[in-house]
Design a protein around this ligand. Structure first.
Ligand code: G1P
Length: 306
């Protein structure tokens, strides 16, 4: 059985949820405090034993390539000024086995993954979506790889989400729990309505797939939103070989929308050695100010009612 050594990071989306910031800049380069979101994904891959990463890029994605390349001028400048901490931080982003391919037509996640067919060859591999940052003792990608080493089958990471949010995700119809947090799956549905959703277990952006998925993707017709959906291809794959779902019990940060992004920035900021104390003071100050304002409003309402 082959080891899982390759990862695909689709990064060809238009980032419309962050316009105008993403008009000329890749959304994957938006920082959480001081680190671009895509760097968190690359670090998770590295910590999980992945050796080669293919980033599927699109328009305005050149900065991603530059970010993971060396910047000799900057490195020399930092060296001359003796800024060794910063130098180390900059050097950490280089020397990785990163590959890039452009998806000229953004036809959907399934189509983006299909671009990686020749890179992957005949090996199992992982797909890591950049909108989801994961935090747990063992990186989620590593958890999927550990599962693969014992079950040798495709496994998709899922997590419970509130019922009213199911239409934002791929949702599984779980079968029996074959071992702790590992489910057989009856079928997969992309973005079902709340009334049609078979559960509230949502796909959360980490997939371990066998290479047979490419044969399915080649024939995959557009699905939800008129896009070639990875979820639909996984559902078809599940009819010819077993696909499992692994329930993630760590913390997921959704940086794919404005509020999730702000929330993640604040939570990571509260852990950041340089700003955590000031940020904590600011939050306490704002909390006090907001509750005073609420009190005032409530008093005015009471007066009006009298
Ligand atoms: C994609 C997948 C969806 C999955 C989600 C996780 O949707 O198509 O199945 O649940 O990522 O973040 P997107 O968020 O790109 O619309």
């Amino acid at each position: 059985m082959s080891k899982v050594k390759k990862a695909i990071i689709p990064a060809a989306g238009l980032g419309t949820r962050f316009l105008p910031a993403t008009k000329a800049m890749a959304k994957e380069m938006l920082p959480i405090v001081d680190k671009p979101t895509i760097q968190f994904i690359v670090e998770e891959a590295r910590a999980s034993g992945i050796e080669d990463i293919l980033i599927v890029t699109g328009k305005a994605k050149r900065p991603i390539e530059d970010h993971f390349d060396s910047n000799l001028e900057l490195e020399m400048n930092l060296k001359e000024k003796g800024k060794t901490d910063l130098l180390q931080m900059v050097e950490e982003t280089t020397g990785l086995n990163l590959h890039f391919i452009r998806q000229s037509h953004p036809l959907g996640l399934g189509h983006a993954v299909l671009q990686a067919k020749s890179f992957v060859g005949n090996e199992p591999f992982v797909v890591m979506l950049g909108d989801d940052l994961m935090s747990d003792d063992i990186p989620l990608t590593k958890q999927l790889i550990n599962n693969y080493d014992s079950i040798h089958a495709s496994t998709i990471a899922v997590m419970e989400v509130p019922e009213e949010d199911v239409s934002k995700y791929g949702i599984i119809n779980p079968g029996e729990e074959v071992q702790k947090d590992l489910y057989n799956v009856k079928n997969f549905v992309e973005k079902p309505s709340q009334k049609d959703a078979p559960s509230n277990l949502a796909i959360i952006g980490r997939y371990l797939l066998t290479p047979e998925i490419f044969e399915v993707l080649e024939k995959q017709k557009p699905g939800a939103g008129g896009e070639i959906q990875l979820t639909d291809a996984i559902d078809t794959l599940n009819k010819t070989q077993r696909v499992f779902a692994h329930k993630f019990t760590g913390i997921r940060y959704d940086v794919g929308d404005k509020f999730g992004y702000m929330k993640t920035s604040i939570e990571y900021g509260l852990e950041h050695p340089q700003i955590k104390d000031d940020l904590k003071d600011l939050i306490i100050e704002l909390g006090a100010k907001l509750s005073k304002e609420d009190e005032k409003k409530a008093k005015k309402e009471v007066k009006k009612d009298k």
